[in-house]
Design a protein around this ligand. Sequence first.
Ligand SMILES: Nc1nc2c(c(=O)[nH]1)N[C@H]1C(S)=C(S)[C@@H](COP(=O)(O)OP(=O)(O)OC[C@H]3O[C@@H](n4cnc5c(N)ncnc54)[C@H](O)[C@@H]3O)O[C@H]1N2
Ligand code: MOO
Length: 390
Amino acid sequence: MISVAEALDQLFALVTPLPAEDVPLTQANGRVLASDVTAMRNQPPFAASAMDGYAVSRTLIKPGQTYEVIGEAAAGHRWDGTVGPAQAVRIFTGAPLPDGADHVIIQENITRDGNAITLDASANDKPHVRPAGADFHAGDVIKAPRLLAPSDIALLAAMNIATVPVTHRPIVAIIATGDELVQPGETPNDDQIIASNSYGLAALLANLGAHPRLLPIARDTTASLELAFDLAADADLIVTIGGASVGDHDLVGQVAQAKGMDRSFYKVAMRPGKPLMAGRMGNAAMVGLPGNPVSAMVCGHIFIAPLIRKMLGLGQTSAPRETHPLAKDAPRNGPREHYMRAHISTNGVTIFDRQDSALLSVLAEANCLAVRPINDPARKTGDAIDIIRL
Ligand SMILES: Nc1nc2c(c(=O)[nH]1)N[C@H]1C(S)=C(S)[C@@H](COP(=O)(O)OP(=O)(O)OC[C@H]3O[C@@H](n4cnc5c(N)ncnc54)[C@H](O)[C@@H]3O)O[C@H]1N2
Ligand code: MOO
């Protein structure tokens, strides 16, 4: 059995970053910027007022000074003219500052009488002027790769970038396998259960920026599995769930290899997730996940998520870890790296007692996985432990 780190290295070797496509700005959120983009303009393009008030030259500013109001500048409507030393232009937030003015006195700090304003004691607080290019300049660059968030979308819009180069979303075919499975919403017979981890994985993949495609459940027959692989042929990544172990009905590896899968590895020294397999299949990478619901989800976080990030152009990194103190003693670990459902709070990390890989309810209670190295001895409250947030 290979280690988790070796398995991840071999998985990374199966995929390359996907090509770029241009999308409208409205579809760029959550996508990965594929190449650097450059601002088309300065923001603001002119020195602008930051407040509602009066634009003046700062030369005469002092309490009691009076000015004659000679015009008005609003956002989108500059005042064309030059402001003299004892003159003021009524100005509103976002309006271009007129020539001759370098200061805005907020309207709360003056008294107005007809066309005359008089400054009160706190007139000279700050200039309230946003210099041209204060936010960014034409030619400023947003570097790729970058996972675009709403704040980036606002910045791209301000830069007048209406079409954004992003990495293609990896298409991931998800094949749940097993005679015992029906889809949520269907009526199972007495021996059946509902396919669950396929839906959890689809949600995880969508959150990562991939395009999950849930295929019909494959039955435990060669013909049904072959058909499922045929339906998945155009995917970037094929993920099977179940049928990976050593039972008489565990046919996934066999059928995949008959379909031309070039296997990289089978079995990883981890818990849960031991019967993991991976390889190349046609133009796609193929990962065979163990069927136990929690095993499939844990492998999703530990292996599939880093693979998707690499395909999106975000580099080759394992799931990020943090180190925190234990809030409760933890028993010794065995010969496989153990990813244990746990809860982290300000008190530290509490590893749950029940770790059977069939228990999705325990996974749903967890907000992290505590990582126990191979043969880690028993740990005491307060000892440091690595976690991966869920
Ligand atoms: N003799 C051995 N038996 C098992 C071993 C072993 O080493 N020797 N390994 C165990 C481990 S560890 C795991 S994990 C499972 C993995 O087996 P498979 O990948 O072949 O999975 P299945 O047998 O198809 O299913 C296991 C379990 O999970 C349920 N399942 C499967 N798919 C789904 C799904 N999409 N949604 C919800 N539940 C699913 C299935 O009904 C089974 O209960 O093998 C152990 N056995
Ligand atoms: O490794 Mo299995 O994935 O323990 O449940």
